[in-house]
Ligand binder design. Structure first.
Ligand code: PEP
Ligand code: MG
Length: 563
């Protein structure tokens, strides 16, 4: 029977298709009958999983030793020893000999050793946790090999999942996947942002009710309304299958009274550059380079990055391309770079904090590639640093740019300095905005993070979605203050958080004084049309009213009343 589940819409697109469940968790079902198991193949799988686990643990050991210290890294030595412990591997081999598949054999083989350690009590019992950790790692590695291949889903699939990571989403092919919906998640989590960039209809934060939708059921994912319609009727299905009728403007737009507003695209991979151009982007306002580092075993080297940045610049020879340096951490962990997940990753070492510490070598390599690309390609490169909270960080980043420029000069490499800016994502950056703007060419406001830090509301938790909303007066006032700081110091200011791509807010953002708006390609035509209809005097009056409001509902009433 048709019924509708409510969630948070993240892409203004709809799609219809049949459900495939993606299970990120590892759960062991009943073992198959022993005579159906190919024992040799299962032994090979176990050997391969052991090898993979060894590689992973060695990489984590090395990283922890560098990042934290030798003492803390020692736990990984113990893990490596357990992997070679003949008592444990022997027990797994016995289980394999009895006809169990590799995952069940691992589970059974570890069970005795875990039980014995627990029975010994005291410090020995603590080692049982290490064993569980190793067992789970092996089970995950074995399951990864079997898991749904996200890059090869059948055409017309609607993917349902408890949650998706950014790298899961990055594997989805928008020509085959009709949409996805998840139990948890927020509008500005990176999985959602990526879905919007590549144009996949998506609804997140649907809640537990989604778990009742069976595989193969037909559903409509309506990313505009934020609904998942289960067993849709003919009319709903047809509406979802219709393509959106948009008229794309490839010229630059001005407001009705002649103020130039740059409308640019956010991208994460070179593959998105053509969607940006097709939707009429004037340039790139945010290239999230960390996506170049996902889904691989080691970072792209200088030559590979150079090629990518040249490609981006050449896609917009007459426009500006703003590349953001690596923003690792938060909900974008990169397994071969990251160590353990810290307690509260969004408040930890992410963005520029990593680039000036742990990842300084990666930062320098990236800057070398960027400065060289700017010399090699036509087009106008700007480089910005994420998560800046202090003037010292901005100065240190600028110093590294200068050092890299000198090195390139000495080596006789062609290079050109780009415009340099910072993201305004932390309340502290707003408060020292004057001092930052005096040192830089531009700002770009990242409202996804700025909102979560101003409101103390996670960007990926649907339970606080009402607070993670940039229409709260506190966020608007922070934006206003950043714009004033930029303009008072002759810097330009853009916005690349998801707020910039909401067509209902275009007039307000023009009124707040933004010079550039950057967004997922799919919303560019609507925002350009709205800029062209806006008059700056009316927009400023609207911004003044919104800034004077005491509550989000007053802000919303002001905006709605105006349209
Ligand atoms: C932001 O925080 O608004 C932003 C654009 O950066 P990201 O979404 O990649 O954190
Ligand atoms: Mg951010």
């Amino acid at each position: 029977m048709t019924h509708t589940l409510d969630g948070i819409g993240v892409t203004p697109l709809s799609g219809v298709g049949n459900v495939v469940w993606y299970d990120g968790e590892v759960e062991l079902g009943d073992p198959p009958a022993p005579d159906t198991v190919d024992a040799d193949a299962e032994r090979d799988r176990f050997e391969q999983a052991l090898g993979r686990a060894r590689e992973e643990i060695e990489a984590e050991r090395e990283h922890t030793a560098e990042a934290v210290g030798e003492e803390e890294a020692a736990v990984f030595d113990a893990h490596l020893q357990f992997l070679d412990d003949p008592q444990i591997t022997g027990a797994v081999e016995d289980a394999l000999d009895s006809g169990l598949p590799a995952d069940h054999a691992v589970d059974e083989g570890f069970a005795d050793a875990i039980e014995q350690l627990e029975a010994a009590g005291g410090r020995m019992a603590e080692r049982a946790d290490d064993l569980r950790d190793i067992r789970d790692r092996l089970l995950r590695i074995l399951a990864d090999a079997d898991r749904v291949d996200l890059s090869a889903l059948p055409e017309g699939t609607v993917l349902l999942a408890e949650r998706l990571t950014p790298s899961d989403t990055a594997q989805l092919n928008p020509d085959r996947v009709a949409g996805f919906a998840t139990v948890v998640g927020g509008r500005t989590a990176h999985a959602a942002i990526f879905a919007r960039s590549i144009g996949i209809p998506a609804v997140v934060g649907v809640g537990e009710a989604l778990l009742d939708v069976a595989a193969d059921t037909e559903v409509v994912v309506d990313g505009e309304a934020g609904t998942v319609v289960v067993d849709p009727d003919e009319e709903t299905r047809e509406r979802a299958a219709e393509s959106r009728d948009v008229s794309v403007r490839h010229d630059r737009v001005e407001t009705a009274d002649g103020r130039d507003i740059e409308v640019a695209a956010n991208v994460g991979t070179p593959a998105e550059l053509s969607a940006a151009a097709d939707n009429g982007a004037d340039g790139i306002g945010l290239f999230r380079t960390e996506f170049l580092f996902l889904d691989r075993r080691s970072p792209p080297d200088e030559a590979e990055q150079l090629e990518t940045y040249v490609e981006a610049l050449e896609a917009f020879p007459d426009g500006r391309v703003v590349v953001r340096t690596l923003d690792i951490g938060g909900d974008k962990p990169i397994p071969y770079i990251d160590a353990e997940e810290p307690e509260n990753p969004f408040l930890g070492v992410r963005g520029i904090r990593r680039s000036l510490g742990l990842d300084e070598e990666l930062f320098r390599t990236q800057l070398r590639a960027l400065l060289r690309a700017n010399a090699e390609a036509e087009g106008d490169l700007s480089v910005m640093f994420p998560m800046v909270a202090t003037v010292e960080e901005a100065e240190a980043a600028l110093d590294v740019v200068e050092e890299v420029a000198s090195e390139l000069d000495e080596a006789g490499e062609a290079f050109e300095r780009p415009e340099l800016g910072v993201m305004i994502e932390t309340p502290s950056a707003v408060f020292v905005g004057d001092e930052l703007a005096a040192r830089l060419d531009f700002f770009s406001i990242g409202t996804n993070d700025l909102t979560q830090y101003v409101m103390a509301a996670s960007r990926q938790n649907e339970a606080v979605d009402h607070l993670h909303d940039p229409r709260h007066p506190a966020v608007l006032r922070a934006i206003h203050r950043a714009v004033e700081a930029a303009h008072d110091n002759d810097a330009w200011i853009g916005m690349c958080g998801e707020m910039a791509g909401d067509p209902a807010l275009t007039e307000l953002l023009v009124g707040l004084g933004l010079d550039e708006l950057s967004m997922s390609a799919v919303t560019i035509p609507d925002v350009k049309a709205n800029v062209a209809e806006t008059r700056t005097d009316a927009a400023s009056a609207l911004a003044d009213d919104a800034l004077a409001a005491s509550t989000k509902s007053e802000v919303v009433a002001t905006i709605t009343h105006n349209t």
